[in-house]
Design a binder for this molecule. Structure first.
Ligand code: COA
Length: 161
């Protein structure tokens, strides 16, 4: 159910087939839902096939119970040349109750590709509200920090990698 073109929410029902050894929804299932919602957001925005280049800042805040209704909201924060930086928030609810809780959040970056698999430019996202502007700044700042960590850690990586 799309609200605007830069934002989309996919809804899932946590089925017994998704259970982990602790009796809740498997973390890998949540990550798959996150990827699906972020892909839908990226493909809708760009009008192209898109691939994941980065998933990070993932935080599992609370478990999801089997039988919960799960909303996975993906929102475009920032666009580069071919990249789309998307925040994803996962909220769960017992369908017999009204209260929802935030269970997981993360940032996903997708790159748009053309028919030959080459990077292609995406339409620019322009923030509309103060909140949009703050979220865009957040995405840009976190990208800078990511690059800094990568540069700082470069000496520790296996040279054959
Ligand atoms: C996507 C792919 C074609 C890009 O190739 P590339 O030429 O090496 O890419 P670049 O280094 O120029 O980066 C492309 C964009 O991704 C961004 N990017 C790359 N690494 C990133 C990272 N760690 N975090 C955030 N953004 C990143 C770049 O900033 C660039 O953005 P821009 O075009 O808006 O400036 C290639 O990396 C690829 O095929 N990756 C595998 C994708 C995949 O299989 N995903 C999993 C299944 S969908």
């Amino acid at each position: 159910m799309a609200k605007t073109r830069n934002e989309i929410t996919l809804r899932f029902l946590a089925e017994p087939s998704e259970v982990n050894f602790g009796g809740n929804v498997h973390g890998g299932t949540v990550m798959k839902w996150i990827d699906q919602a972020a892909y839908t957001c990226a493909a809708s925005w760009s009008g192209h096939y898109c691939v994941t280049v980065y998933v990070g800042d993932i935080r599992f805040l609370s478990p999801i119970s089997i039988g919960d209704v799960v909303d996975v909201k993906a929102r475009l924060l920032y666009t580069g040349h071919s990249s789309m930086h998307i925040s994803v928030e996962v909220r769960a609810r017992n369908p017999r109750e009204k209260a929802t809780r935030l269970t997981t959040s993360c940032i996903v970056v997708f790159v748009a590709l053309d028919e030959e698999g080459r990077k292609v430019s995406v339409p620019k996202w322009t923030p509309r509200s103060e909140r949009d502007r703050k979220m865009e700044q957040y995405a840009m700042r976190i990208a800078e920090l990511r690059q800094k960590i990568k540069d700082d850690m470069a000496g520790f990586l296996d040279p054959d990698r």
